[in-house]
Design a protein around this ligand. Structure first.
Ligand SMILES: C[S@@+](CC[C@H](N)C(=O)[O-])C[C@H]1O[C@@H](n2cnc3c(N)ncnc32)[C@H](O)[C@@H]1O
Ligand SMILES: [Zn+2]
Length: 299
């Protein structure tokens, strides 16, 4: 799939276009990046590693948890919004140019295993390809095979993205870092940014008993603050339901998140064993759609 998304990518060192050369991709200035056997390309200069990328254990826990379908309603809501956004963008660019334009990509910043991006691509016409952007090699390996139209790219989403200006019709950001200026740069003028953030009560039943890191109540405000100069809020919907999670699902849920860095495995296992099985757990997220401001607003 990588070949089909190269037109959306640029060299992270000089910003030139990239082309495929055997088992690498490179620009005309001679910068070259290996394509991994597992199908992703690492566009981090010098193969640098990035703090914050998920570990292989976190990624396999995430893959197990998501495969069980607990967050499927969130993926379905995201796919519905993305399909509507892609249709609006196609109509706007046809009106502006009087001819149908080639579809932009769907880019996900911090794509993890590619679970959400794959669901979104399945809901879109086949001319849409997906760019899974992440720093974790374990995540990129999974994302590269999550859907036939995904190209997986290693990069640091807090820095300049190796993505061409206005290449994306839809940008996704699900529980992941977001860099307003870069997301603005890669989104097409008629495109939509879709962001999923946890609500304060998300996983609330597990926080106390398991000693998890709590959801930052001001995250929504900080998110609006960071994106505000670049994006105008368009629509917001909440998804709330009570999941019935087995102990195994709870263990995966904890292991895929930041609490896994802070808690001792034995203590966590004891605490999980003391929960009812299954345990009721609140899934509560906000899905926000944003339109790109023509130019960043001055603060
Ligand atoms: C909480 S996970 C969410 C993954 C996916 N969106 C999902 O919901 O399943 C956050 C993701 O962001 C990635 N990440 C964290 N810091 C990053 C960075 N600086 N650059 C690129 N990816 C990063 C992690 O590797 C991880 O896959
Ligand atoms: Zn270059």
């Amino acid at each position: 799939m990588l070949g089909d998304v190269l037109r959306f990518l640029v060299c992270p060192l000089c910003g030139e276009a990239l082309a495929q050369r055997d088992a690498a991709v490179g620009c005309r200035r001679g910068h070259s990046f290996d394509v991994a056997r597992q199908g992703y390309v690492n566009l981090l200069p010098g193969g640098r590693s990035v703090p914050g990328g998920d570990t292989p254990d976190m990624v396999s826990a995430r893959a197990g948890f998501l495969a069980a379908g607990h967050f499927a309603p969130v993926a379905a809501a995201l796919a519905e919004e993305a399909a509507a956004a892609a249709a609006v963008s196609a109509a706007a660019s046809t009106t502006a140019t009087a001819t149908a334009q080639p579809a932009g990509c769907v880019a996900e910043a911090g794509a993890g295993t590619g679970y959400y991006l794959a669901t979104v691509l399945s809901a879109l016409p086949p001319e849409h390809a997906g760019l899974a952007l992440d720093a974790s090699k374990a995540a990129l390996r999974r994302a590269a095979r999550a859907h036939p139209r995904i190209g997986a790219v290693g990069c640091d989403v807090w820095h300049a993205l190796p993505v061409a200006d206005q290449a994306a019709t839809v940008v996704l950001n699900v529980f992941a870092p977001r860099h307003g200026a870069e997301l603005h740069r890669i989104l097409s003028p008629s495109g939509t940014l879709l962001v999923v953030t946890p609500a304060p009560e998300h996983l609330g039943e597990l926080v106390g008993p398991l000693g998890l890191l709590t959801v930052d109540q001001r995250k929504q405000e900080r998110l609006a603050g960071k994106l505000g100069p670049y994006f105008a809020p368009a629509e917001q919907r909440e998804h709330r339901e009570t999941l019935a999670l087995s102990h195994q699902a709870v263990a995966e849920l904890v292991a895929m998140g930041p609490s896994s860095w802070h808690a001792d495995a034995g203590t966590l296992a004891d605490r999980i064993a003391r929960l009812p099985d299954p345990v009721p757990v609140t899934l509560a997220v906000t899905l926000s759609a944003y339109r790109r401001r023509p130019a960043p607003a001055t603060p």
